[in-house]
Structures are given as C-alpha cells and as structure tokens.
Design a protein around this ligand. Structure first.
Ligand SMILES: N[C@@H](CCC(=O)N[C@@H](CS)C(=O)NCC(=O)O)C(=O)O
Length: 209
C-alpha cells in the first residue's frame, strides 16, 4: 500500500472523517485527500458518486473502495502491524470500546456535535450526561504500560475517541483524573493537531451542525 486516497467531509465538523484519517496516519501513511463540503448544494449527489454508503470517509487503495470509518480501520489493521494492542486481552477490550464508540452514544453525538472552532460550555441533559459518564469510565481504565494512550501506545481505539475529546473541550464537559489526562493526550496528539490546523483554514461554516 504505497499511498491511499481518502475522501472526507469538512474537517471542522466531520468526526467520522477525522477517525478514518487518524487511522491512516496511525498506519504511517500520508493520504491524498479530497473534501466533499457537507454544506454545499449538491453534496448528496457528490456523496452518492464517491461512496457506496453515501457517507464519508471513503478510502481508495488502487481500485479498492472502503467506506465507513470502522471498515477503514479494520482494513488498515490487516495490513499494518501494531494498530491494535499486542496483548490479546487488551486487544479484545480495544475492539469492544471501539465498537461501542462506533455504534453508541447517540444522545451525546446529537447534543454535542463536533465543531473544532466552537467553544460553547453547556450543561448536558441527563441522557447526555449518562453517556458522558460511560465515556469517562472507559477513559479511566487502569493505566496501561507504554504510554499515555488508552492502551499505552496509540491504537485504533484512540482514533475512535479523539473527536469526542474535541467535543468535550468545545462544550466544557468536565473530566477529572485519568480521563482528563487522556483527553489532553488526544488533543495534543500530533496527527490530531495536523487535522485541526487544516480545519482552521476551511472557511465553510455550518450553523447548528
Ligand atoms: N458510520 C459511518 C458514519 C459516516 C457518516 O455519517 N459520515 C457523515 C459525515 S461525519 C456523512 O457522510 N454524512 C452524510 C450526510 O450528511 O448526508 C462511518 O463510520 O463512516
């Protein structure tokens, strides 16, 4: 896999695109990217043309097309060692929390949309607070040897949670202890900072994303 192509949405808002992009960077690749602006007329048609699933991100590796951020992560993990924890028990846990993020937390996702430029502290309603508490519990798992990421070294689980750290920062969601330290680790992770820098150059603004 020499180079791959990733179609993404607006970097400022598209949390699933960020996950796919982080997974590619974790694999040591620097993707070519193109953006489908999710606020422009005709974007649904462009999505349909680019993605069988009609969503971003979409990875292209030669003539192979992989859509959905989790599928992209799994595809990369088959080809690049070290994207999941080496220990089988930790790996199973990493699978579980990544899947939980991919399929869960609907109230939090609806109430606290990713907007990298937003700073709007708010008090989450109870359904959101319950999901936030579950995420904070995941982030407080016993410290793993080998580094500050969820399982020590960076893994695909961290790609899944990085957009959530950004949401919590934007909306002033309080964290403490290990969860707070982990959120800081994600927000200062060089690939995340690269994405954030590129996002700051985008001029598209979506009201109420
Ligand atoms: N589960 C999918 C979700 C992808 C998704 O919903 N992406 C959003 C952008 S963040 C999208 O393409 N939305 C299309 C639309 O707004 O019509 C994944 O992990 O890739």
């Amino acid at each position: 896999m020499a180079t791959v192509h990733l179609t993404i949405g607006n970097r400022r808002y598209s949390s699933w695109s960020l996950r796919g992009w982080l997974a590619i960077r974790l694999a040591g690749l620097e993707p070519d990217t193109d953006v489908i602006w999710l606020d422009e007329p005709g974007y649904k048609e462009r999505l349909a043309a680019a993605s069988p699933g009609r969503t971003v991100p979409v990875l292209r590796d030669g003539d192979l097309v992989v859509w959905d951020s989790l599928a992209i992560a799994l595809y990369l993990a088959e080809r690049h060692p070290g994207l999941w924890p080496a220990d089988p028990r930790l790996r199973a846990e990493a699978y579980a929390v990544t899947a939980e993020m991919h399929s869960g937390f609907p109230a939090m996702r609806a109430a606290l949309p990713m907007d990298l430029s937003c700073s709007d502290p708010r008090v989450p309603e109870p359904a959101v607070a319950a999901e936030v508490a579950r995420i904070a519990a995941i982030w407080s798992r016993p410290e793993a040897a080998g580094g500050p990421f969820l399982f020590g070294a960076p893994s695909l689980a961290d790609c899944a949670f990085a957009p959530v750290a950004s949401r919590f920062r934007s909306y002033g969601v309080p964290l403490d202890g290990r969860a707070a330290a982990y959120a800081e680790t994600l927000l200062s992770w060089p690939p995340f900072l690269d994405w954030e820098t590129a996002a700051a150059l985008e001029t598209h603004v979506i009201e109420n994303p």
